[in-house]
Write a protein that binds this ligand. Structure first.
Ligand code: BGC
Length: 270
């Protein structure tokens, strides 16, 4: 890869929500490696955010850390304010922050329903809203990016696969899908591209408990035709492409990165 290709996001600024671990951390590192200035947002895991920072420094990238709860309007506003203060214009939002609080529907508390919808859906709405407002208020510089702004929602295969015992999570992701498409339709005339990446089983803290149990791993792998769990870096690379000018004609799309999990694997034998 030549340096131009390597630093294809040079001069751009990105916010990654929930970037202290897992997929968010890998995305922040990948964007920084591609030349973008990155705001690493984290909720409470300061050690994780510092690890993201160290990994970004190791690839000669540039970042700031901003603590904040993406489900709270005040924190979201501060996140955008601090980013613009540090780096100027904003070009990319990766709405990644997400949580799971699983329980059977019959036992699900309102609090667990609320917490997941608040972070995964309200949070994604508020961040996207703040990003879009920033994008329309800026001057487009086609030397830096052909689009006026790019938003990527990190959704899930559960924006189309129903998931018992996780109605709060699956609802938040199904909602994200329709939100992404409606925003993409509305913002295309402003040259703002809006897309989703929907990962399947990726090796991150969110499914650590599932991966600790041999029987659960066997069940997980049975749902993945490609026969392995994915790595966070595989999402990071796809994000870098999706927000680059190479994908300038892509908007309103969902890219499933799931080793075939969405292919109804139980039908694999006819
Ligand atoms: C969930 C993981 C799960 C994966 C595949 C993700 O959205 O967060 O816990 O392993 O979907 O079911």
């Amino acid at each position: 890869m030549n340096d131009n290709q390597h630093r294809k996001l040079k001069g751009q600024t990105a916010i990654v929500t929930g970037a202290s671990s897992g997929i968010g951390q890998a995305i922040a590192v990948a964007l920084a490696e591609s030349g973008a200035n990155v705001t690493v947002n984290y909720h409470s895991d300061e050690a994780g955010a510092k690890e993201t920072e160290a990994r970004i420094e190791a690839v000669s990238g540039n970042c700031i850390l901003v603590k904040g709860d993406i489900g709270k309007e005040h924190d979201v506003n501060r996140l955008f304010f601090q980013t613009r203060e540090a780096f100027g214009d904003l070009h990319i939002l990766i709405s990644n922050a997400g949580i799971q609080k699983d329980s059977p529907f019959l036992e699900m508390s309102y609090a667990d329903w609320d917490a997941v919808i608040k972070t995964n859906l309200y949070g994604a709405f508020m961040a996207a809203n703040a990003a879009a407002k920033a994008f329309v208020g800026q001057e487009l510089d086609e030397e830096v990016s052909k689009a006026a702004g790019k938003i990527v929602f990190i959704s899930s295969v559960h924006d189309k696969i129903p998931w018992s015992g996780r109605v709060n999570y699956a609802t938040s992701k199904g909602g994200t899908k329709m939100m992404m498409q409606s925003i993409a339709q509305e913002l295309a005339p402003y040259k703002i591209r809006v897309n989703s990446i929907s990962p399947g089983a990726i090796e991150t803290p969110i499914n650590e408990d599932q991966r600790d149990d041999e029987e659960e791993v066997r069940q997980m792998l049975a749902k993945i035709p490609y026969g392995r769990i994915g790595q966070p870096e595989e999402i990071g690379k796809a994000v870098c492409w999706l927000v680059s000018d190479e994908a300038d004609y892509v908007t309103g799309a969902t890219l499933y990165i799931d080793g075939g999990m969405t292919l109804y694997p139980s039908f694999g034998e006819g």
